[in-house]
Ligand binder design. Structure first.
Ligand SMILES: *[C@@H]1O[C@H](CO)[C@@H](O)[C@H](O)[C@H]1NC(C)=O
Length: 256
């Protein structure tokens, strides 16, 4: 009886979790239109639609997909997906950018999950299955222990050797400046032109407006923004835009 009750409890918890998020659940393993699918199908489709930007503004990874997302961000597939995105940057840079080499060719990068990985933090916080706790995330950032994303680091160095000005635009706040610089330098990033963080005034704006304002300023300073690499759509949206934008995978959280 006890066993039955606890099984029932588990099933009903899963059922509730899934019912809130979407159609799939442990008792009814089908899509809305009746297609029989596995949990893996369901979660892969959730992840894909986050990347396609059909799913926006999610606060947590659906409970039933936390394990799937945890596996993905620690997998070879995640590395391959990131490497491919960077490879496309390289291709574009090699074929479509008529660099003037006058000190005004620029490339923009996000920091978190673009140059540095927050996966070690999210590993301890249920892989995005918990609501963001900014205090605890900033505590972790201030320790400066985030590892580099290796493919991004290589591309960063290639841009530098081509004389492109590298500008880092992050939604991290100003008080994290020295920890951020130390962390970046520790893992091998150096020689960027500027590091733009969010000041108290910028915090009144959405991240996407803050980043658009930064691009506006850079363009009025005479920079040609050839490309942006980021893991969030808020790094690309609103005018003025860059010539090209390159999205790295990130199913852990959404910044608007
Ligand atoms: C957020 O994190 C801080 C620091 O780790 C902790 O003291 C606080 O209790 C957390 N808040 C919530 C709501 O979990």
């Amino acid at each position: 009886m006890g066993r039955f009750l606890s099984t029932f409890f588990c099933l009903s918890t899963l059922f509730l979790g899934a019912a809130i998020a979407a159609d799939w659940n442990i008792l009814h393993q089908r899509t809305k239109n009746g297609l029989k699918i596995s949990l893996r199908n369901y979660c892969e489709s959730w992840r894909m639609n986050v990347e396609l930007h059909n799913i926006q503004g999610f606060e947590v990874v659906p409970e039933e997909c936390v394990s799937y997302i945890g596996k993905y961000v620690t997998s070879t597939q995640y590395k391959v997906d990131s490497e491919r995105a960077i490879e496309e940057c390289r291709l574009y840079l090699g074929t479509s950018c008529d660099l003037k080499k006058d000190g005004k060719d620029a490339w923009l990068f996000d920091i978190d999950d673009t140059l540095l990985s927050t996966v070690p933090y999210y590993k301890k916080h249920n892989f995005g299955g918990e609501k963001l706790n900014l205090t605890s995330l900033e505590e972790w950032m201030s320790q400066g222990k985030a590892p580099a994303l290796e493919h991004s680091l290589k591309f960063f160095d290639e841009l530098k050797s081509m004389g492109v000005q590298i500008i880092l635009v992050s939604s991290r706040r100003e008080h994290l400046r020295s920890a951020t610089v130390d962390n970046l330098v520790d893992v091998g990033y150096h020689g960027w032109t500027s590091l733009i963080l969010r000041g108290p005034d910028d915090e009144l704006d959405s991240v996407q407006s803050y980043k658009a304002n930064v691009r506006k300023q850079l363009i009025s300073d005479g920079y040609r923004i050839w490309g942006v690499v980021g893991d969030q759509y808020s790094s690309f949206e609103e005018l003025p835009s860059a010539q090209r934008t390159f999205k790295l995978p990130n199913p852990l959280y959404y910044v608007s």
